[in-house]
Write a protein that binds this ligand. Structure first.
Ligand code: CP
Length: 304
């Protein structure tokens, strides 16, 4: 199984996911014993044109835990030659000669694909554009569900928030379409509902879904609520945003073994009171990002 680049969720077949999750479990053990030197000499470039806490730090920590090193820029829009008008393709060609992998977060949908076309080392998409993808986030989301539930077939999930601009939600929907008997409730204000390309993909793969605008009506039936942010400037009825918040009252309606996930960062869409509930797994989910990203780096490097 070949993994040249990580650009979009669709490229992950079930056998690839099995291998990724096996390696991720192994990476949990590697980190527990303080890391490895197996990838000493490897250099990963992290090139972020947008802010990030989790994705950048976890990828950089992943390389250090594998024994490698990092080339990084604080803010590529300012501290790279893009500010002089350099095209992404030229930047990627150059960095390919300095590093063994490039982790790229770009402002444009399709930025990672453009980079992969000219790169001579693996490119890992750390988020591209408002309606693009964030496949490594979705992989760690899926891993978190699998780790807790030990199965993905038969999952009922509510994906909540700004789904039109939600690249993590888009990537997760693609991954979920690979499993049997999955039910997806897309919950959002009407003007930011899930885009048609994802709905068409789910139709093609016979995945059950519906579109709705309140989370309360399905809170009691879902195994997972995958919450995401809604920026108030993206919706007409700001007063209605409370309808999408997870708080203690909503939690009370959820199943005792359900999970609340969020790619983070959060603002007000999950009440702080929820954090202490054992079903609130978003911090554990973010921690899993380290293991999944270590596993992904080993997969692209072992195949060279
Ligand atoms: N989930 C996520 O992508 O977080 P960051 O923006 O902090 O990387």
């Amino acid at each position: 199984m070949k993994l040249d680049h990580v650009i979009e969720s669709q490229q992950f077949t079930l056998p690839l996911l099995v291998e990724l999750f096996d390696r991720t479990r192994q990476m949990e053990r590697v980190v527990a014993r303080g890391g490895t030197r197996d990838y000493a000499g490897r250099i990963m470039a992290s090139l972020f044109y947008e802010p990030s806490t989790r994705t950048r730090f976890s990828f950089e920590a992943a390389v250090y835990r594998l024994g490698g090193r990092v080339l990084s820029t604080e803010h590529a829009r300012v501290f790279s030659s893009e500010i002089e008008g350099e095209q992404l393709e030229d930047t990627i060609r150059i960095i390919s000669t300095y590093a063994d992998a490039i982790v790229l977060r770009h402002t444009e949908e399709g930025g990672a694909r453009r980079a992969a076309r000219v790169a001579t080392v693996p490119v890992l998409n750390a988020g591209d554009g408002g309606g693009g993808q964030h496949p490594t986030q979705a992989l760690l989301d899926l891993y978190t569900i699998y780790r807790e539930r030990h199965a993905l077939d038969g999952l009922t999930i509510a994906i909540v928030g700004d789904l039109d601009g939600g690249r993590t939600a888009r990537s997760l929907a693609y991954l979920l379409s690979k499993f049997e008997r999955v039910k997806i409730h897309f919950v959002s204000p009407p003007e930011v509902q899930m885009r048609q390309d994802i709905l068409d993909h789910l139709d093609e793969h016979d995945v059950w879904y519906d579109l709705r605008s309140d989370v309360e009506s399905i809170a009691g039936e879902v195994d997972v609520i995958y919450q995401t942010r809604i920026r108030p400037d993206r919706v007409a009825d700001r007063a209605a945003l409370g309808r999408y918040t997870i708080d203690a009252r909503l939690l009370h309606r959820m199943k005792p073994d359900a999970m609340v996930l969020h790619p983070l960062p959060r603002t007000v869409e999950i009440d702080k009171d929820v954090d202490e509930d054992p079903r609130a797994l978003y911090f554990k989910q973010a921690a899993n990002g380290l293991f999944v990203r270590m596993a992904l780096l080993t997969m692209v490097w072992d195949r060279e």
